[in-house]
Design a protein around this ligand. Structure first.
Ligand code: NAD
Length: 248
């Protein structure tokens, strides 16, 4: 059990990569605060996990990730219940497909808000606790498109390039406080985000992947587990590609 006794927060934990990560962390002995955007989906995810294993220590929360005060109060609740926060996984995110010719600037802003500003806010609020504890791990969710861009929905790759910048910069800034900061850059992964894409987009992508399949949420959760654990005790500032060598 790689995370025995650790306290973790996973944003966007109700489904997809986040849900698989919550489950992986629970299976490895962590207590997990699962964040989502709505009470109904959060409660459903928590109930589903508890039905899988009654011993899982998992609590659901749905703070507005763009509201620093709400995020701070939620972290305070977690610390008062479990004593500390060892791991933050910034996973909540939205994709984008708009053409630049018809892109509504408000839509561009919405993507940047959740994918970048919310990551900043959650990180900004958690580092105070981690500094006081003398250790912590922050994991961000980047993407394969942070290396290559994509031919539409430019806010999405722009947001993930920003995530790489935050990851590398914060690793340098927070190392002295024994806070490690890394990111996982998934390739095409089998979640609702990808199910929403039409076949004519997905199939050509699969053809370019040397492993000839899309990733499963568990493939990504395994990478988060490694980076969250002491197995990665000397790894910081890394963007770990988990993409079947797509596009290389
Ligand atoms: P998903 O759509 O299945 O899940 C997204 C999660 O984010 C959900 O739990 C949802 O509740 C949460 N969320 C959405 N909007 C929110 C909001 N406004 N406030 C709070 N939470 C919100 O997505 P996924 O495919 O599991 O993606 C998870 C992360 O992985 C994202 O950051 C995404 O960019 C990244 N990623 C996914 C893929 C892929 O192919 N699926 C590839 C690369 C990177």
């Amino acid at each position: 059990m790689l995370l025995n006794g650790k306290i973790a927060v996973v944003t966007g934990g109700t489904r997809g990569i986040g849900y698989a990560t919550v489950k992986k962390f629970l299976d490895n002995g962590a207590k997990v605060a699962l964040f989502g955007s709505r009470s109904t989906t959060v409660e459903r995810a928590v109930q589903q996990l508890k039905e899988t294993c009654a011993d899982y220590e998992v609590e659901g929360f749905y703070p507005d990730l763009l509201n620093a005060e709400e995020v701070r109060k939620t972290f305070e609740q977690i610390v008062s219940k479990w004593g500390r926060i060892d791991i933050l996984v910034n996973n909540a995110g939205v994709s984008a497909r708009e053409s630049i010719y018809t892109y509504d600037p408000e839509e561009f802003k919405k993507t940047m808000d959740l994918n970048v500003n919310a990551v900043f806010i959650c990180t900004h609020e958690v580092v105070k606790f981690m500094k006081e504890q003398g250790s912590g791990v922050i994991l961000n969710t980047s993407s394969m498109v942070s290396l290559y861009g994509q031919p539409s929905g430019c806010a999405y790759p722009a947001s993930k390039f920003a995530i790489n910048g935050l990851t590398k910069s914060l690793a340098r800034e927070l190392g002295k406080d024994q806070i490690r900061v890394n990111a996982v850059a998934p390739g095409v992964t089998n979640t609702d985000m990808v199910a929403a894409l039409p076949d004519e987009v997905i199939q050509p992508l699969i053809n370019t992947i040397p492993l000839k399949r899309v990733g499963e949420p568990e493939d990504i959760a395994n990478a988060f587990l490694f980076l969250a654990s002491d197995m990665a005790s000397y790894v910081t500032g890394e963007i770990l590609s988990v993409d079947g060598a797509a596009m290389t």
